[in-house]
Design a protein. Structure first.
Length: 216
């Protein structure tokens, strides 16, 4: 049961991070970079994704308590963000939830693009951060193996997603050549569908937490 739950968490997080959607932007922001420079940028971006999501996982609970935000309320808000991201994925575009046109234009004039905008907000954006906070505070694994063991497993899940992100960006030129625009768009839309389904589940859980009468 725990394995299935964590596999679902991994697939959901991978779908919302969606390294494939970052491939075109990664290539566009590094037009004159050498292969070695692109490998270095990919490595820094993956490390930043890991640190941002792990920080959200570990700090999210105390932040919610500090501001007096209930978990069901946060689930509803996070689910809405995930749905907005999923809708953008259906259009095979990052969308303003991940990155605004102003942020993209500013990035064109920066030398260091690994952390901003590639790692955040494009990959580790509001949707994925909300997702890891929800998983950190409400997950079947907490009751099965305990909170700290659960957080350890989730850090491992985030690490695997970060490694896959690194591999995708490291091979960005090859991925773009082999898959083409159509192939990458198909993967992005499939990821959007998974994200939308996960968002509905989180939304339903949040609404039943806020309004227990909905369970009847």
């Amino acid at each position: 049961m725990e394995l299935a739950a964590y596999l679902k968490s991994f697939l959901g997080l991978l779908a919302i991070v969606d390294p494939v959607i970052a491939v075109p932007l990664f290539l566009a922001l590094t037009p004159t970079a050498t292969p070695q420079d692109r490998k270095r940028i990919a490595r820094i971006a993956a490390i930043a994704v890991f640190l941002v999501l792990t920080g959200g996982l570990l700090v999210g609970g105390p932040v919610l308590e500090f501001f007096g935000i209930s978990l069901p309320s946060f689930k509803v808000a996070g689910a809405m963000l995930l749905l907005m991201t999923a809708i953008s994925s259906f259009n095979a575009a990052p969308g303003r939830v991940r990155q605004t046109p102003e942020e993209e234009a500013e990035a064109q004039h920066k030398h260091a693009v690994a952390v901003v905008p590639i790692a955040t907000p494009l990959l580790a954006g509001p949707g994925s951060i909300s997702m890891v906070i929800v998983f950190g505070q409400s997950h079947p694994g907490i009751a099965q193996i305990g909170k700290w063991a659960h957080l350890g497993v989730m850090v491992g899940v985030i690490a695997v997603v970060a490694v896959l992100t690194w591999l995708a960006l490291r091979a960005a030129q090859r991925v773009a050549s082999v898959m083409g625009v159509t192939g990458m768009n198909i993967l992005t839309r499939v990821g959007g569908l998974i994200t939308a389904a996960l968002a509905i589940e989180i939304l339903a859980s949040g609404l039943t937490g806020l309004f227990p009468g909905l369970k009847n």
